[in-house]
Design a binder for this molecule. Structure first.
Ligand code: CAA
Length: 410
């Protein structure tokens, strides 16, 4: 259990995000989606309003409001455009490796430029042949004097090209199992670092997803997160525990955004002489959409509050639950929103087709929902050790009195 407290500052930032979403995000969402373009205007507004400092403590230049405030902001932005929701949230994902695992010097150097919005961030973990198996990366970082030299290619770098700072996970000790990886900061413009294929996507088309290429990219050892090699896998896992409430909040925003359109349309659309929201089957759909969205929101706020209250180490299971439940909800709600719009819902002229396309990736990135269920199940099985006392109330299965061998005839 975790108390959820909405601070005045968090609510203030939420109100600012809502204003930015209505002024700079929603009006451009369809056009930018079609053109597959990033919303620089909205990013500038977020930066001027200080929103990028939300998850960064005051001593590192942020406003220190925390992960619950981040969730409130991301929900508002994603309600207007899920792509812009992740374009914002990925800056948290990309900077959490420094925040949770960086040295004091690294935090003081890098985080203030993220907090001010001066530098955008991206997170480079996935590769062509390593997605769910985050330990199975191939990108290498070789020690060379005071530097590391990074070689290889990353896949699905969200915000790639827009971002200035990249937290890159690479193999530094191929012989080791648990200390195989390290996380290293690479800046845009470093020789040998280039953007490869820009993906043409089904949804979230307002944020770039690209291949990032590292052709003998030389970075100083001071960019090694945590100051020691071998900390990368743990750093990635802890980062994901912090970041999953953010992507789950994006899903809550996507669900609420689709629901809002379904509500507005079902009140306006008339069939059989009545608005369609007067029909019980439509009402059932609307109420199920609303109940699931609200349940997802509560779960997200609960885990975000755990992280803010210094309980990140025990939040992994709940972060996975929130990510999985909220993103499955977003997909279901977006599907039902299309149903409420009927034939019009299938048309790109109407807004819910985009919500439907945008929702699918939520169940895939930041750990597929199959991986989230696996994380939850592993935690549950560990916790089962505390349930031994229940065996006293579960009758033992009786031994069969029948022989399992065939009876001898002679
Ligand atoms: N916190 C701290 N340590 C952790 C941890 C956590 N949450 N989870 C695992 N570890 C530690 C374990 O304790 C273990 O330590 P020891 O070796 O010292 O015992 C070590 O890490 C290895 O753990 P596992 O044996 O559990 O590792 P695994 O190989 O079975 O993998 C996994 C676990 C959960 C499947 C992991 O690989 C995973 O999370 N995969 C999904 C990756 C993912 O989410 N990718 C998304 C990329 S980001 C993205 O998509 C964002 C975007 O574009 C917007």
């Amino acid at each position: 259990m975790q108390n959820i407290t909405y601070s005045d500052k968090a609510l203030e930032l939420q109100a600012i995000a809502k204003e930015i979403a209505e002024k700079h995000v929603r009006p451009h969402a369809a056009r930018l989606d079609k053109a597959q373009e990033y919303n620089y205007e909205a990013a500038k507004a977020c930066s001027e309003a200080g929103l990028f400092g939300t998850w960064i403590p005051e001593e590192y230049g942020g406003n220190g409001t925390g992960v619950l405030a981040l969730a409130l902001i991301v929900e508002e932005l994603a309600k207007a455009d899920s792509g812009f929701g992740v374009a914002f949230a990925v800056n948290a994902l990309g900077s959490f490796p420094i925040l949770v695992g960086g040295t004091e010097e690294q935090k003081k150097h890098w985080l203030p430029m993220v907090a001010s919005g001066e530098k955008m961030v991206a997170f480079c973990l996935s590769e062509k042949f390593a997605g769910s198996d985050a330990g199975g990366l191939a990108v290498r970082a070789y020690e060379d004097g005071d530097d590391y030299i990074i070689c290889g290619e990353k896949k699905w770098t969200t915000n790639g090209g827009v971002a200035d700072i990249y937290t890159v996970f690479a193999v530094t000790d191929p012989e080791s199992r648990s200390r195989r990886l390290s996380s290293i900061i690479v800046e845009k413009g470093t020789p040998g670092f280039t953007i490869g294929k820009v993906e043409d996507k089904m949804g979230i088309r307002t944020v770039p997803v690209v291949e990032t290429r590292f052709d003998n990219v030389r970075v100083p050892k001071s960019n090694l997160i945590g100051g020691r090699p071998g900390l990368g896998f743990k750093n990635a896992m802890e980062t994901l525990d912090y970041a999953r409430p953010g992507v789950a909040a994006q899903a809550v925003g996507a669900a609420q955004g689709a629901l809002d359109y379904a509500l507005a349309y079902s009140a306006r659309r008339r069939q059989f002489g009545k608005p369609i929201n007067s029909f019980q089957m439509v009402q059932k759909m609307l109420s199920d959409m609303a109940m699931k969205t609200e349940a997802a929101r509560c779960l997200v706020h609960s885990v975000a509050s755990m992280v803010d209250n210094g309980r990140a180490a025990e939040a992994g299971k709940k972060a996975a639950m929130a990510k999985c439940f909220a993103t499955d909800t977003a997909m279901e709600v977006a599907t039902d929103a299309v149903q409420v719009f009927g034939g019009y819902g299938f048309m790109e002229d109407y807004p819910v087709a985009k919500f439907f396309r945008d929702a699918k990736i939520l169940q895939i990135y930041e750990g597929t929902n199959e991986i989230q269920r696996m994380v939850v199940a592993r935690a549950l099985i560990k916790e089962t050790a505390n349930l031994g006392h229940l065996n006293a109330f579960i009758p033992k299965e009786e031994q069969s009195s029948f022989s399992e061998e065939p009876a001898k005839t002679s």
